[in-house]
Design a protein around this ligand. Structure first.
Ligand code: GCW
Length: 728
């Protein structure tokens, strides 16, 4: 018979084990997203036991800062995942040793005589080996940073519960410069930022180095980011003053062990603004000397400084054309200043002139393609994925394939300026994959954008890919939990553009939420549909730039009164009584002529162009018959409605996953999906109400008409929507 004390003890035991289970079960613990995909929460016990056998001790030989970072990350990750400390050892003393190092740092690695030649300075090898009769896993590379990347890969295998037996993995980046571009102003405001203020606290630097910078560096290194441009391309010359360069140097120090170099945006007029010169003419000897000296000052503080990112003669930014000089003359002047120190210039191709009435689609190509071959060896031209501006869907930028003598980088936007800010769930892996896989036909079939930017098509000596960052000071870094996936996917594709967006989504979901298939499969399916849903409810069938003015939040297809024609949505959709879309064939703006003949032929005919780009290249009658048999008007209604339905389906999917995700993250995603569904309806209804005034056709049967009148939608204003361009 149970006595009271025994009963009480039994009750107490039951209670504490229930409490323990609650705190240990990953689904039950409240999480704010700060840990990103590096959560390292305990695996369930059976899985942990398997990995524990293969992770008996950690042998990191060498003590460079990057090797120390690799050791610390492995120690932290393994302890978290396996639920106990993994001992550090000087040598292999038992089965399950994890040996990390480079041939230079580690006698063990040297002794294995691994073939690391093809891995370059950043690649790595994960290999199962016997060492002194013991089973070991070797994480080897030519540099400490390579070993750090390998350590993160090894942890990822365990985080995603992949096998770590018989490992024979080698990996090296296809693209050399893999950057995040922050559009952060020095006052902490982030242009097109939806995750709070800038993480760079310039006021506290250089004295206080927020530990968050180290976590940022860890996250960056975990996915192979090796550069960060700290400041907005709408640049402020102040960052080039000595006081700020000291702060830049402090950030460079924090990021260095993780293989991340800092870059700055160079305001072209800096010699005038902070240098006291009368001109910033790139051919003026004093200007050239000023920049050369500026470069000296920077490299004295940060010897591995990466270089300058420049937006010039675009949207009001100063540039060489202010002095009658070309983009090449401007870029080369900065390149000459950086060359002695090994720095590069990333010169942006996002240029369009206020006095040029031509189709904006054509302007970057017309200005830059003729300059091919005129740039210094340390200049890259950084080209957005599409010719207009980070729309939910664009054809690839026609410069890709058109500058064989000039290294072209790809720039994509991770922050979702045009895809619903942080509240809409839109996984951008498929968008970037579409851009990277697009065939330019520059050297015959298979001349993809990916092969242009990785240098294999034209033999570029330097290669790069940049993503406009979505990181801010929000606890979850990116403003929403699912936007972390976009940071992650960008970096994974920059490392290897042949990776599959769906596989990347799966990796991310396993690390970020849970390894349970019941969660992973629906989450990945939802992510994979999400970008197309945004295309559908915002700009289907090749429509583009229908967003409201300035902040770009919500629909504004009716806007027609802005200073420049090409700032107006009406310029892009050209709706009239006959039809819809922008004729870019020879009969229209002629932009199609910037593409290869094969594409001109296919895209030039409304019958053969993919319907996803139909209205990008053609002005199409409202009754044009689509593949589905519907008319254009009916198809438009169908696509907008499908977008809303997809989001409603995403909401249902998420609702069914309660219990697989901790309550805090679950609730935020659920609330954001509700906002997304409401805004998707708003987009659909507003755009269809507007286009109907031209189409003059009824809503097809089975489709709800807009909930409100067009006047209602046109009267909506959002004066404080985040992220707008702000003068500095
Ligand atoms: O997409 C536009 C944005 C601007 C941005 C510009 C650019 C930094 O609306 O905010 O300015 O592109 O890429 O330079």
């Amino acid at each position: 018979m149970a006595t009271w004390p025994r009963l009480a003890a039994a009750l107490w035991a039951a209670l504490t084990s229930a409490l323990l289970a609650a705190t240990h079960s990953p689904a039950a613990r409240a999480e704010d997203g700060y840990e990103l995909w590096l959560r390292y929460h305990p695996l369930e016990s059976a899985a942990a036991a398997v990995y524990r056998a293969a992770a008996g001790e950690l042998v990191v030989q060498g003590d460079t800062p990057s090797l120390a970072a690799a050791r610390d990350e492995l120690a932290r990750g393994l302890e978290g995942l396996l639920g106990g400390e993994v001992p550090l050892s000087e040598g292999v003393t038992r089965d399950g040793a994890i040996v990390v190092g480079t041939p230079a740092s580690s006698p063990i690695v040297r002794g294995l005589a691994l073939d690391l030649g093809a891995l370059g300075p950043e690649g790595y090898m994960l290999a199962s080996r016997e060492i002194g009769g013991r089973a070991a896993t070797v994480v080897a590379a030519n540099t400490g940073v390579g070993a750090l990347y390998g350590a993160f890969h090894f942890l990822r295998l365990i985080q995603t519960q992949a096998s770590i037996d018989d490992l024979a993995i080698t990996s090296a980046p296809r693209v050399r410069l893999r950057l995040l571009n922050h559009w952060d102003n020095l006052d902490g405001y982030v242009e097109r930022g939806y995750a709070g203020a800038s993480i760079w606290d310039w006021r506290m630097l250089p004295d206080y180095r927020d530990p968050r910078y180290t976590d940022y560096a860890r996250a960056a290194a975990s996915v192979g980011i090796n550069g960060v441009s700290l400041t907005n391309v709408n640049a402020d010359a102040t960052v080039l003053t000595p006081e700020y360069l000291d702060r830049v140097a402090a950030l460079a120090d924090v990021l260095r062990p993780y293989g991340v170099r800092v870059y700055l945006t160079a305001r072209f007029s800096a010699p005038v603004e902070i240098g006291g010169l009368a001109t910033a003419d790139p051919l003026d000897p004093q200007v050239r000397a000023w920049w050369a000296e500026k470069a000296e000052e920077i490299y004295a503080r940060a010897p591995d400084f990466g270089g300058f990112l420049v937006k010039a003669n675009s949207e009001g930014q100063p540039g060489p054309q202010d002095y009658g000089r070309s983009h090449a003359e401007g870029a080369n002047m900065l390149a000459d200043a950086l060359a002695p120190h090994g720095g590069v210039v990333m010169w942006r191709a996002f240029v369009y002139a206020s006095d040029n009435p031509d189709d904006r689609h054509k302007q970057a190509y017309d200005e830059l393609a003729p300059l091919d071959g005129e740039f210094r060896d340390n200049v890259l031209i950084q080209v957005k994925n599409g010719p207009i501006d980070f729309q939910p869907r664009e054809p690839f930028h026609p410069l890709f394939g058109a500058m064989p003598e000039t290294p072209l980088m790809l720039e994509v936007q991770i922050t979702k300026e045009y895809l619903g800010f942080a509240t809409h769930l839109a996984y951008l892996g498929p968008l970037w994959e579409e851009a990277l896989d697009a065939d330019t036909h520059a050297r015959g079939e298979g001349s993809t954008v990916g092969r242009v930017i990785d240098g294999s098509l034209h033999g570029y000596a330097i290669t790069g890919m940049a993503g406009v960052s979505n990181v801010g000071a929000d606890r979850n870094w990116t403003g929403s939990h699912f936007d972390q996936a976009n940071w992650y996917a960008f970096a994974r594709l920059a490392w290897d553009h042949e990776l599959d967006a769906e596989a990347i989504a799966e990796e991310w979901a396993r690390m970020t939420f849970s390894n349970e298939d019941a969660l992973v499969a629906p989450v990945v399916a939802m992510m994979m549909r999400s970008r197309e849903a945004v295309v559908d409810y915002m700009t289907p069938l090749g429509l583009h730039h229908l967003m409201a003015t300035g902040h770009h939040y919500g629909p504004g297809p009716w806007v027609d009164d802005l200073g420049r024609p090409d700032w107006n949505p009406t310029y892009y959709h050209r709706a009239d009584a006959d039809g819809l879309g922008f004729d870019r064939t020879a009969a229209g703006s002629g932009a199609l002529a910037q593409y290869a003949p094969e594409l001109q032929e296919m895209w030039g005919d409304p019958e053969t162009v993919p319907e996803s780009l139909l209205l990008w290249f053609h002005h199409v009658p409202w009754d044009h018959e689509m593949e589905s048999g519907r008319t254009l008007w009916e198809e438009l209604v169908h696509a907008y409605s499908r977008g809303v339905a997809t989001v409603a389906g995403m909401r249902e999917t998420w609702a069914s996953l309660e219990g697989y995700v901790d309550p805090e993250r679950f609730a935020q995603v659920a609330a954001f999906l509700a906002i997304q569904e409401r805004e998707a309806r708003w987009w659909r209804d507003a755009c269809l109400a507007y286009f109907q005034t031209f189409a003059q056709r009824p809503f097809p049967e089975g489709y709800e008409p807009p909930a409100q009148t067009l006047e209602h939608y046109m009267a909506i204003e959002h004066p404080y929507a985040p992220g707008e361009t702000r003068p500095q």
